[in-house]
Design a protein around this ligand. Structure first.
Ligand SMILES: Cc1cc2nc3c(=O)[nH]c(=O)nc-3n(C[C@H](O)[C@H](O)[C@H](O)COP(=O)(O)O)c2cc1C
Length: 173
């Protein structure tokens, strides 16, 4: 098992997946548990996660993601949805507008790292038509889809992409 730093360094966006390698149920379960271990405002976990394995639905999600068809090639797509009313119940507008999105985003980020630790890869898709995603999943109107995460065993080893310099981002005050 890799340590945290190695896991983070090995996470790269994967856009090609092995078609003949399904994700083991216990690995998927462990990834979902790690997503739900993320911190959340007031410990409310103001999100829902939909696990999409059906190939027709994955294809429809790929289409909703402006035809990013590699999403359909990933054997599993996790759809992270913010649940604004859940956070609003404790935090009002700030919960609805900010915390629910943050809760869902952090959970998706934890899932991406758990995927790496489980020996797989993932792609975060943010560019999608919200109405189409809602329709594919028959989403409760109170939920807001914020990220589609395709995951599976990689069929490519992506090059690490460049990052901004720390001193361009970080200020010590
Ligand atoms: C909010 C967000 C939205 C993204 N949307 C897309 C997307 O629609 N399509 C895609 O191919 N990659 C998408 N990505 C992946 C980024 O392009 C990728 O993380 C970035 O280029 C850095 O590369 P790396 O993940 O390999 O480190 C998204 C990532 C984030 C965090």
């Amino acid at each position: 098992m890799w340590d945290f730093f190695t896991t983070v360094r090995h996470r790269h966006s994967v856009r090609k997946y092995q078609q003949d390698m399904a994700i083991e149920a216990e690995k998927l379960h462990a990834i979902l548990e790690m997503a739900c271990a993320a911190p959340s405002a007031g410990d409310l976990q103001a999100y829902q996660i939909f696990v999409v394995q059906n190939s027709a639905d994955r294809a429809a999600l790929g289409h909703a993601a402006q035809d990013q068809d590699f999403l359909a090639e990933a054997p599993v797509c996790l759809v992270f949805c913010a649940d604004p009313p859940r956070s609003a119940s404790a935090f009002g507008e700030r919960g609805a507008q900010l915390y629910a999105l943050q809760d869902a985003t952090i959970a998706a980020a934890y899932a991406q790292l758990a995927v790496v630790a489980a020996g797989m890869g993932s792609i975060w898709i943010g560019q999608f038509d919200e109405v189409q995603v809602r329709r594919v999943l028959a989403l409760d109107p109170e939920l807001t889809p914020i990220a589609l995460l395709g995951l599976g065993y990689p069929a490519e080893l992506p090059e690490p992409s460049a990052r901004r310099r720390l001193d361009d981002i970080v200020s010590f005050r």
